[in-house]
Design a protein around this ligand. Structure first.
Ligand SMILES: [Zn+2]
Length: 138
């Protein structure tokens, strides 16, 4: 069946991140000036505004903890109606606690989600070329 949900658009500012996701790898943007990670990626550093940015692979073994979450009971975008309720979390990376990533927690019921829950990044192949980073309970 064809994928019904919106596919994240690659732009000049974020394509290394999504190209990494397609290879099942986490690539983070890092500022050359203040050496902070900047996520989500943008045209300039979220911390200091510098446009001197580089990209750093974190590999494919990505673990974190739930920092905060919401449970969505209504589809806010087309294609999500079969996934409800949907658990969407902000995940703090174990290796880089200053970096927080937003993503769905798969196979997780709203009763089970809690702050501090350990999770692992997985990549869901949504088309022949594209994959989306998601999380599962670890
Ligand atoms: Zn910076």
């Amino acid at each position: 069946m064809e994928y019904q949900k919106p596919i994240p658009l690659k732009t000049q500012d974020n394509s290394p991140y999504w190209d990494g996701a397609d290879r099942h790898e986490l690539i983070l943007q890092k500022c050359n000036f203040c050496h902070q990670y900047s996520h989500p990626p943008g045209p300039s550093c979220a911390k200091c505004g510098s446009s001197e940015l580089s990209w750093e692979s974190q590999g494919s073994d990505i673990n974190g903890k739930v920092y905060s979450y919401i449970v969505s009971y209504r589809p806010f975008l087309p294609g999500f109606q079969d996934d409800l309720p949907l658990v969407i979390a902000i995940v703090e990376l174990d290796t880089l606690p200053q970096v927080k990533l937003i993503g769905n927690i798969l196979h997780c019921s709203p009763e089970d989600i809690e702050v501090g829950m350990p999770v692992k990044m997985v990549w869901k192949e949504i088309t022949d070329e594209r994959s989306l980073p998601q999380w599962i309970q670890s």
